[in-house]
Design a protein around this ligand. Sequence first.
Ligand code: EPU
Length: 338
Amino acid sequence: MLKFTENEALATRHTFAISTFSRYYVETDDTVALFDFLNDNKAISASVLIIGEGSNLLFRNDYPGLILHPVNKGIRIFDSEKDSVIVQAEAGVNWDELVDWSVRHAYGGLENLSMIPGSVGAAPVQNIGAYGTEVGNWITEVLTFNLVTGESKWISNESCAFAYRDSIFKSDEYNNIIVWSVRFKLQKKAQVNLRYKGLNEALKNIHNPGIREIREAVIKIRSSKLPDTMIIGNAGSFFRNPTVTYKKAASIKTDYPDVPTYSTENPDRIKLAAGWLIEKCGYKAYRKADAGVYPNQALVLVNYGSASGDEIYELARDIIESVKSKFNITLEPEVRIL
Ligand code: EPU
């Protein structure tokens, strides 16, 4: 199946729900049909943007090229070992559908990543993470399809170069490469992960919580802090949490003894919470027309209805300037701005 349209409305095709259009739009579950289409339509295939469920994008303008949306579905057990299973999911599967499937089958690993908006194909690109784990900890390999050469290739976990909200799939050399399938190694005897403080606290009255309880608790925490993309347009955390030197963190601690800090893999650097920095700059619950900062989590910018991409972008820029002038820290967007 391959569906091609022109001037496709994007408001319902990305979670910021901004009224924009894509000049060309293709939905497909078939790499052969896709490769043929791209070869037959070389002129419009020059600038391709691949999107999943559009949960990490901000459109400032209409997209002038071709948006490509994979809709291949399916979750299956590819291999089974004594203590683990290899599960293969296709790019067009909704991420939380996979997490729900894994919890229902009692395979451990993905439960802390419950309720993250988006698709399986997009998950490795920004290495989605929450509540003490990242998807890169569970992926064994990723099947890619090269739009220019038509070649399919499995990329091993090591070659994916997973890092905090980053992977090789974000690099320029992967511009013409689409993630088509992902394989995960999940545990048959699930080891629960309660490293995230808020999750541990939420489950403190439950004896030996299992992956079902973890999923329920994560859903509860997320629902209390983060806006439902079906109701209020947003793309989750708008900025990355910044890392700074110990010296810098200590100087902030002098003025704000309660500043939350997190250790990182780099012993010289410490991570701060961007939401905390933004709140301290007075932006929590800020609203100008329909562009705003979510009242329960200052890291999330929201579209209350008819905000334009530029209005959200200007708000993000004001926040960056304000955090820079108060803390001398430059926040970087996590969301892809187009
Ligand atoms: N905080 C504030 N004010 C705020 C928001 C946060 O003071 O308005 C403080 C909190 O009290 C807490 C700290 O900042 O002490 C961290 O907050 P939280 O636990 O809510 O997590 P986060 O660092 O703001 C990150 C991820 C989220 C993920 C959560 C839970 C990034 C950019 N964001 O947020 O991911 O769900 O941790 O693991 O790393 C996303 O990427 O879209 C996303 C939602």
